[in-house]
Design a protein around this ligand. Structure first.
Ligand SMILES: *Cc1c(COP(=O)(O)O)cnc(C)c1O
Length: 427
């Protein structure tokens, strides 16, 4: 095994590839046959260390598993291909990927971020990066006022599209053009859509990050993160930090996530179809105040979805405001039988949650309501179950929740509206 496996077994070309479609790359990129046994599926390489024939002369490509190992390499190659990136680096969580990118900035650097950024990212920006001399400006309308916020020390713009949990979109090309004209790099957190629906690097972003925990692994059994990009200089800096910081995923988790990503296209097509069906049913329901879903024509940023998303797909996430206030929203989440009340998203199973009391409980009420996170907002992650079953489940839960809370009057049936200083972390 002295020859790198790529040289023995023909694998489809690594992206950017004009030749192969998404599903073909998902199955084959970074998936060489085992050179000694011919195994079609790669073995799990648990060894932490690799034999050397002379000092500093490893037998193959690997020396020590934190620095690199076959399963992580293969997984990184697979996602790089799907994100149209030259490189991808995997981390122990999405949060570790975020932290590593922030650590790559010099002390005194400035970052501009969308205000409704993922809660954990907000926490890192305000409570960790700050302590290391990196400051962050948050703006609710980044396309409009990015130029005003750029300073001499601005190094990075951080965007998320769609936002969580209100599913607002950002025009990545518009932000990248403004940022690049001032020499500022753009990071896009693409967790909510996955590389199947959106490829931020194609719209001018410099780095795309994922919580692999969500759609890419897709089976709610791995916590992992990833950053993908094209620049050789970024690869140098970030892979140095990947090794130096050591927040890396295990070989086993890398293997699981690689197995997960091979069906990403099938899963996301089904989740997005399911979310479209659910969003339309909610929009037509007398029990619903409003629906946030970028696949609907009524979405205020539908034009961005049509330009930025594969076939204008809306993805698997949506949120809606139910009539009957916080009590009805909470009852809805308890009354669904297929949708499980839980945090997280992007798995094969459908989930519901109450952002004001769960994922976004740490944000003061006035700030949360300013971005549309009211007590009656329910967030839904559509899984890959049959749409008819999901629709029936939503309808029965809506009817019961709204009726129950209406008959118990005043909406104060023992569930108070305090915005949960209940120790929940932001997910
Ligand atoms: C979950 C999530 C993260 C953080 O990822 P972890 O794997 O939980 O650390 C970052 N961004 C978004 C949009 C997420 O949903």
């Amino acid at each position: 095994m002295t020859v790198p496996i790529d040289h023995i077994i023909e694998t489809p070309p690594r992206a950017p590839s004009p030749v192969h479609g998404f599903g073909t790359l998902a199955v084959h990129a970074g998936a060489p046959h085992d050179p000694t046994t011919g195994a079609v599926i790669e073995p799990i390489s648990l060894s932490t260390t690799f034999a050397q024939t002379a000092a500093g002369k490893p037998v193959g490509l690997y020396e020590y598993s934190r620095s690199s190992n076959p399963n992580r390499d293969n997984f990184e190659q697979a996602v790089a291909a799907l994100e149209h990136a030259k490189y991808a680096l995997a981390f122990g969580s999405g949060s570790a990927a975020t932290a590593t990118i922030l650590q790559s900035l010099a002390q005194g650097s400035h970052v501009i971020s969308v205000s409704d950024v993922y809660g954990g990212t907000h926490r890192y920006f305000t409570r960790v990066a700050k302590a290391h001399g990196v400051t962050v400006t948050f703006t609710p309308q980044i396309e409009v006022d990015i130029a005003e916020h750029i300073r001499d020390n601005t190094k990075l713009v951080w965007i998320e599209s769609p936002s969580n949990p209100t599913l607002r979109l950002v025009d990545i090309r518009a932000v990248a053009t403004a940022a690049h004209s001032r020499g500022v790099a753009v990071v896009v957190d693409n967790t909510f859509l996955s590389p199947y629906v959106q490829n931020p690097l194609d719209h001018g972003a410099d780095i795309v990050v994922h919580s692999v925990t969500k759609y890419i692994n897709g089976h709610s059994d791995v916590v992992m993160g990833l950053a993908a990009f094209n620049s050789d200089e970024l690869r140098e800096r970030l892979s140095f930090l990947q090794n130096a910081g050591g927040a890396v995923p295990s070989a086993f988790d890398s293997w699981l996530a690689h197995r997960g990503v091979k069906t990403l296209h099938l899963r996301v097509r089904q989740s997005s179809g399911n979310a479209t069906a659910v969003a339309k049913a909610l929009e037509a329901s007398p029990h619903v105040i409003s629906v946030n879903y970028p696949g609907l024509d009524s979405h205020p940023h539908r034009h961005i979805a049509l330009k930025q998303h594969r076939e204008g797909m809306g993805g698997g996430m949506l949120s809606f405001r139910i009539k009957g206030g916080r009590a009805a929203a909470e009852r809805f989440c308890q009354l669904t039988k297929i949708f499980t009340l839980a945090e997280s998203l992007g798995g094969i199973e459908s989930l519901v949650e109450l952002p004001s009391a769960m994922t976004h409980a740490g944000i003061p009420r006035d700030q949360r309501e300013a971005v549309g996170v009211f007590d009656d907002l329910v967030r839904v992650s559509c899984g890959i179950e049959e749409p008819e079953d999901l629709l029936r489940d939503v309808q029965q839960a809506l009817e019961k929740a709204v009726l129950e809370t209406a008959s118990s009057s005043n909406g104060s049936n023992g569930i108070n509206g305090s915005n949960g200083a209940n120790g929940h972390e932001l997910k």
